[in-house]
Write a protein that binds this ligand. Structure first.
Ligand code: IPD
Ligand code: CA
Ligand code: CA
Length: 261
């Protein structure tokens, strides 16, 4: 059977379609359910995911999808999609305009395409393996900052912070005392893209899901950055998940701080 593979413009048009759903629902009152004590989901997350899954199923039938709200779709091969229909739901329900749609495509175990779309700023971050990374079609690059003391970082915290003492507060404190500052924007996909675009120097986080980091991770790599887990391994997707992203020189310094006793 001939393999049908998506193009980067397929992913861009899907991310823009889902982004339009988020934009239209933004600022309204939502039906909010809680998946955990501090982990909300709205009808807009579900509507966006429904649109994305239906589009993938129609254009690329039989391909596996890993998606946040429904779990996704079964597949019969090595082609896998990672779908976060709304990354930044806490911001969204509080009417804070920092959130995104994150879509990635993997073939035979390698991430090939990634798109993260911010509908409030009309910023579309994208990457294709070995071809580069772009923001609205313009090539992007990570910073060249080498010193922690010159760096601005971004991170996030897991949804089980109340229950799990391994909650990133220790790492947060270490970087706060060694850098220009640490931000918490609330969308892991955008955090990664902001590193790729040179807005932040580096990013780390723990216990995320594949659909949070797959697209953004590829975008940082293609913007010249290094992306690993906290143990310096290449796998930033599988459990026990963790991720560190920065230019290669600074990345080594971030790892030293994370790995110190
Ligand atoms: C969350 C965001 C946040 C990160 C959380 C994620 P969601 O995704 O990416 O920045 O710190 O851990 O789960 O739930 O808004 O899709
Ligand atoms: Ca997410
Ligand atoms: Ca989400």
């Amino acid at each position: 059977m001939n393999k049908i593979s998506p193009t980067l413009s397929d992913l861009e048009s899907m991310a823009r379609g889902a982004g339009e759903i988020l934009r239209q629902g933004y600022g309204q009152r939502h039906d909010i359910d809680f998946k955990g004590s501090i982990n909300p989901v709205t009808e807009i997350d579900e509507r966006s995911e429904e649109y994305l899954l239906a589009t993938i199923q129609k254009k690329f039938p039989g391909q596996r999808v890993v998606a946040e709200e429904t779990g996704g779709l079964p597949g019969d091969g090595q082609q896998v999609w990672y779908v976060d229909p709304l990354d930044g739901t806490v911001n969204y329900v509080h009417h804070i305009p920092i959130f995104s749609v994150s879509l990635a495509y993997e073939d035979e175990g390698e991430l090939k395409l990634g798109v993260v779309y911010d509908p409030m700023r009309d910023e579309c971050f994208s990457a294709q393996r070995s071809r580069g990374a772009w923001l609205n079609g313009e090539q992007i690059k990570v910073t060249a900052t080498q010193e922690l003391a010159d760096s601005l970082f971004v991170t996030g915290f897991p949804y089980d912070t109340w229950e799990n003492p391994n909650n990133n507060l220790n790492y947060f404190g270490r970087f706060l005392l060694r850098s220009q500052g640490v931000r918490r924007l609330g969308s892991a996909a955008l955090d990664l893209c902001y590193v790729a675009a040179g807005r932040f120097d580096g990013y780390w986080e723990i216990r995320l899901q594949p659909y949070d980091v797959a697209a953004g991770g590829l975008i940082v790599q293609e913007a010249g950055g290094l992306v690993t887990n906290i143990e310096a391994g290449d796998d930033f997707i599988s459990v026990p998940q963790s991720i560190v992203a920065a230019n290669p020189g600074l990345h080594a310094r971030i790892l030293e701080v994370l790995q110190a006793d």
